[in-house]
Design a protein around this ligand. Sequence first.
Ligand SMILES: [Zn+2]
Length: 332
Amino acid sequence: MVSYKDLGLVNTREMFKKAINGGYAIPAFNFNNMEQLQAIIKASAETKSPVILQVSKGARNYANQTLLRYMAQGAVEYAKELGWENPQICLHLDHGDSFELCKSCVDFGFSSVMIDASSLPYEENIALTKKVVEYAHQFDVTVEAELGVLAGVEDEVASEVSHYTKPEEVVDFATRTGCDSLAISIGTSHGAYKFTPEQCTRDPKTGRLVPPPLAFDVLDAVMEQLPGFPIVLHGSSSVPQEYVDMINQYGGKLPDAVGIPEEQLRKAAKSAVCKINIDSDSRLAFTAAVRKVFWEKPAEFDPRKYCGPARDLMTELYKHKIINVLGSDGKA
Ligand SMILES: [Zn+2]
């Protein structure tokens, strides 16, 4: 049993409270390798932004849970080395799908876990979420739950259609489970293909897809039911066209990839939405930078020569999100 406090990490309670009161959102960036982690910490330290490091079940299998935990601990020390005196870094399990997985993460030094039982019937979602909350709270680990279903694929979580969260359920759910934050479905989705071309309109000038707007009426209704309660948005990458273009220019093939426009996320960040999950954008930046090097220098075989530029591009992306989308700079 390792306490996250010994690793220098923090849970989400204080950061969410401040974010709701301050009208901004905390970035939750997924990571599964060193370059991603370096980029996240550098961007957060340089902007003094609280940050949530997210590990999915898939990332945990990919990178090894022990290694990931020490990487998170190392991240805290690295942040201090970069001159961030009091780093506000949370290590969070993204989409935990069982009590055992959540317990294992709590025991392994995570400061926050998500139990995603949103695909189960309502009462079963409550029962499983409550069980995780009861365990995690003994160690002051915060718990994110989910109501409603997002479309798209994220590791083992997949659904073809989304079902918006029902605002009439949220009070009962939050009260009975005791969860600390709630992920809701208002039209965001996982991956780099958030909408089919049929769901979008086309910009007549650029020919690019324009996605349908998020269901802010659902968000407003949830906030009315649960005033001041921390709300989470998953699947909130914007799929920047510049990265998609770079990937396609340098031999990739990502036709019609489309994400959530940043102005909609900016609007959400000012509300009770206090955690915004971004994963695909970092994957796109990484891939775009690596492809560019491979295309331009086919003889290159030193991984530092292509992972380095990828790291730089991700750092730029994270800073942009922190400063221009979430507004969390200078808050830690
Ligand atoms: Zn998610």
